[in-house]
Design a protein around this ligand. Structure first.
Ligand code: PGA
Length: 254
């Protein structure tokens, strides 16, 4: 069975103290209220990550991750954080190619392919984000764009490496807008991504890869999204900033 993953991407939110309080609440609520099989991943700003990882390290179904990493191993890259450093504090996941990084920081597929390599080399799990803009969807270009993002970002990996990748489909027009893709739209794209993987690798690998949906996931729409055969969890932004809404989304994954 595929691994189900609910990840909370805090983006650039929460002071250190607020972050500690939020994680404490999430840990307590998950322990008390969640009996399902999904893995919960907390993805805070870098400066909170070490402390948060220590809080979740001993908890079976909760782990931590970073929102980004450098494509270099070490050296004179002021302001950057390497995958090796993330590994050294015990975090397990790294988001690669979030649309905000693509949009505001000019990260392109060839650059992201190198980050993917750095993450995998350090035995971390990349959450590779893909998704089309509104303009691309309205012009019926979304499949083409997704194919390009997937093939240029991760198809250089060998069969053993691709199995370690988690993919997050996040339509840019649904991120932070309150506008979620319909379950049918999300399912259609997830199935398409799985077909791309099956064609490039094989059906066993395609069937084993976790594909999360992201973009205005809320307690109100989570259960319906998760009931789709190819949606294996969520990458949650806004609703992950409050323990109640985040844990309610987790509980929607049986
Ligand atoms: P959102 O963000 O849930 O606030 O739409 C999702 C994301 O950017 O990962």
């Amino acid at each position: 069975m595929r691994k189900k993953i609910i990840a909370g991407n805090w983006k650039m939110n929460k002071s250190f103290e607020e972050g500690m309080a939020l994680v404490t609440e999430i840990i307590g609520m998950v322990k008390d209220e969640y009996q399902g099989s999904a893995e919960v991943v907390i993805i805070p700003p870098f400066i909170h990550l070490n402390a948060i990882n220590r809080m979740v390290a001993e908890i079976n179904n909760i782990s931590s991750g970073a929102q980004n990493c450098s494509n270099h191993e070490s050296g004179a890259y002021t302001g950057e954080i390497s995958a090796g450093m993330i590994k050294s504090i015990g975090a397990e996941y790294v988001i690669v190619g979030h649309s905000e990084r693509r949009q505001y920081f000019g990260e392109h597929n060839d650059w992201l392919a190198k980050k993917i390599d750095a993450v995998i080399k350090n035995n971390l799990t990349p959450i590779y984000c893909v998704g089309e803009t509104l303009d691309e969807r309205e012009n019926n270009k979304h499949f083409e764009i997704l194919k390009q993002q997937i093939s240029e970002g991760i198809f250089h990996l060998g069969a053993d490496e691709i199995k370690k990748v988690v993919i997050a489909y996040e339509p840019v027009w649904a991120i932070g807008t309150g506008k979620t893709a319909t379950t049918a739209q999300a399912q259609e794209v997830h199935a398409y991504i799985r077909t791309l993987i099956a064609t490039h690798y094989n059906t066993d690998i395609a069937a084993a890869i976790t594909i999360q949906y992201g973009g205005s996931v809320k307690p109100e729409n989570a259960a319906e999204l998760f009931a789709s055969p190819d949606i294996d969890g969520a990458l949650v932004g806004g609703a992950a900033l409050q323990s109640r809404s985040f844990v309610d989304i987790i509980k929607a994954m049986k």
